[in-house]
Design a protein around this ligand. Structure first.
Ligand code: M6R
Length: 606
């Protein structure tokens, strides 16, 4: 998704802006550009493609300036192209924009009538002309006046050659933060872009603006009232967003899971009482008991984690749960009764559909717990209370470690709610003991990566794949299918295994690989039958079974084992081979694993 970097106060900002853009590459983009403030003008250079393509066309010798802005674009209005790339300029002003200007057609007609010449097909370009139209020597005033006319969402950074060391930023619905430096200040849509320069950040909220010069940071709202903001310290390391010897971020993140799952529950479990303590959830036991129904809101992989949560919370905490696609929830008229708790799950904490659905739930009176990874993200800040999953920065567009950490938090929440209801101390203690063994067990699955790669070699050139699971492994089938299609572009579907006979069975022939998650639990006998149904039609069976299993293994073409564990914790193990299978398949097919086509890490548009 689009990314913004702005720097004022470096001797020459060009290299550092490009470096900042590189740190945003993981978000997915199709073009990039920079605007450097020079004497009397703002020089804009942009290019379709990757940062390397931009670097090739940058006239390095001619570009000098201590203030500039830069952008990676992910097309929404207008195709990926050099003209549509940001920054957009008008006269001596340039702007980069994340978000969508909904009334851009009306604004454009008005500005064209005043002589403004538009060059791109984007909604964003209108901002450059609109702000210039309002400009009479003070950039922040022009931005304030212009934004009053804008409908839609934005995170913007604006420069003007007449105020050569100034950057103005503003936010509504699209993340923006300020990096506070020493003799230089920074603006970015993602902290990764500026972490090489400073760890002191200010997160802007909707309706807020900032004016940066090398010496000063002034925060205000669009009505020009000064706003006092807290400076926060980033405590994690830049190392953590680098590849650490792995060929891809995705593989690194898959292999980090023994540690990241541990990080998610460490310091939060109470082994003696079979209970948990989640510092971010400021609810009394009485308030916890008053919860009558839970609605889980999320998108994509986070939605799959939510489905796992539904199984766990209903079975072990005995609370009715519904899992909603955020994009659907926000436009329905959802019934929120007293006692409804909303769990909002989002790795990035910036997914627009999830954020808006959460706001809708709040408007209707629900209490909201945000389960996010990115500290200081909008969902984290706007939820009533929350739990960070502590998975560390996830760079690969295909989510892996965030999923297992989200599931870990849902297990902890199940214990929290369950122990205040029907879940006895013994099962609580047993679950916690077993949870502590899970990191080692994940490692045992990872140790089979060579064998999983060999399976991927067999099926990498197939065009379809079916994933089947039952109970708590049904969401894992969905997640396995999503991982495969996202990065290998193979069509894949996940189904509850018994549902296969109601349609998908028609697809099964000797060319159809079917991944069956058939661990030893209460549905084992049933799924054994489903495996036979596939076998009878000569489908190719890749089974994920519990260690020691011989029956399903005997009926399968390929077998991957996971260590035995409690049913509640199975998803933390059964998803790992599916992540690896998708990863190796994409690598064998030569695809861009970390930045799959058309996808973005944080989907901050509707
Ligand atoms: O940041 P979020 O968890 O809110 O993102 C939700 C989805 O966009 C995300 O999970 C997406 O499906 C991933 N590409 C999955 O790998």
């Amino acid at each position: 998704m689009c990314g913004i970097v702005g720097i004022t106060g470096h001797e020459n900002v060009v290299t550092d802006l490009v470096e900042g853009l590189r740190r945003l590459e993981y978000r997915g983009y199709d073009s990039a550009g920079v605007a450097i403030v020079q004497t009397d003008s703002v020089r804009v250079i942009k290019q379709q493609g990757k940062i390397n393509d931009l670097e090739r066309v940058l006239p390095w010798d001619e570009l000098h300036g201590s203030c500039g802005i830069a952008h990676t674009r992910w097309a929404t209005h207008g195709k990926p192209s050099k003209l549509n790339a940001h920054p957009h300029s008008s006269g001596a002003l340039a702007v980069v924009h994340n978000g969508i200007v909904e009334n851009y057609t009306a604004l454009k007609v008005r500005l064209e009538g005043k002589g403004h010449l538009f060059r791109s097909e984007t909604d964003s370009e209108v901002l450059a002309h609109l702000i210039l139209d309002q400009y009479d020597g003070n950039l922040e005033t022009a931005v304030q006046r212009a934004l009053k006319l804008v409908e839609g969402t934005y995170g913007i950074a604006v420069v003007h050659a007449d105020e050569p060391d100034k950057i103005v930023g503003a936010r509504r619905g699209s993340p923006l933060l300020v990096g506070v430096g020493d003799g230089a200040n920074y603006l970015a849509s993602d902290v990764a872009a500026i972490m090489g320069h400073t760890r002191q950040v200010i997160y802007l909220d909707d309706g807020e603006m900032v004016v940066l010069t090398p010496q000063d940071v002034t925060t205000m709202n669009v009505d020009n009232q000064e706003v006092t903001k807290e400076i926060q310290e980033i405590t994690w390391d830049l190392e953590r967003i680098q590849k650490g010897g792995y060929p891809h971020y995705m593989l690194k993140e898959i292999f980090e899971q023994p540690q990241t799952v541990l990080d998610s529950f460490r310091g939060r479990i109470l082994p003696e009482s079979g209970d948990v303590k989640l510092g971010g959830i400021q609810l009394t036991d009485r308030e916890l008991l008053a919860i009558k129904r839970i609605i889980i809101i999320a998108c994509g992989t986070s939605w799959h984690a939510g489905l796992v949560g539904e199984y766990l919370l209903e079975e072990y905490a005995r609370i009715p749960v519904e899992v909603e696609y955020a994009s659907e929830f926000r436009y329905r008229s959802p019934v929120i009764e007293p006692g409804t708790l909303c769990l909002t799950i989002s790795q990035s904490g910036e997914t627009l559909d999830t954020l808006e659905a959460m706001r809708e739930a709040k408007r209707r009176g629900a209490k909201v717990i945000g389960i996010t990874n990115v500290v200081g993200s909008t969902i984290a800040r706007e939820s009533d209370c929350g739990v960070y999953i502590h998975a560390g920065p996830e760079i690969g567009v295909a989510s892996t470690k965030a999923f297992t950490s989200q599931v870990t938090i849902l297990i902890l929440l199940t214990l929290l709610f369950g122990r205040r209801r029907h879940l006895g101390i013994e099962i609580g203690k047993r679950t916690i003991e077993e949870l502590q063994r899970i990191p080692d067990k994940i490692q045992q699955v990872l140790d089979q990566s060579a064998a999983i790669r060999a399976i991927a070699e067999v099926y990498a050139q197939h065009s379809n794949c079916l994933y089947l699971g039952r109970g708590v492994n049904f969401p894992i089938a969905l997640e396995g299918a999503l991982k495969l299609k996202e990065i290998s572009y193979i069509h894949a579907d996940g189904y509850p295994a018994a549902e296969m006979k109601h349609g998908p069975i028609a697809l099964i022939d000797p060319n159809m690989p079917v991944v069956v998650i058939s661990t030893r639990d209460s549905s084992y006998e049933k799924i054994r039958g489903n495996v036979q149904e596939v076998k009878a039609r000569q489908g190719k069976i890749i089974s994920v079974v519990t260690e020691g299993d011989t029956e399903i293994a005997a009926a399968s073409d390929h077998v991957i084992t996971i260590p035995e564990t409690m049913n509640m914790l199975t998803p933390l193990l059964s998803v790992i081979p599916l992540q690896l299978l998708a990863y190796y398949t994409a690598v064998i097919r030569g695809e861009n694993v970390d930045q799959p086509r058309n996808l973005a890490k944080a989907v901050t548009v509707e």
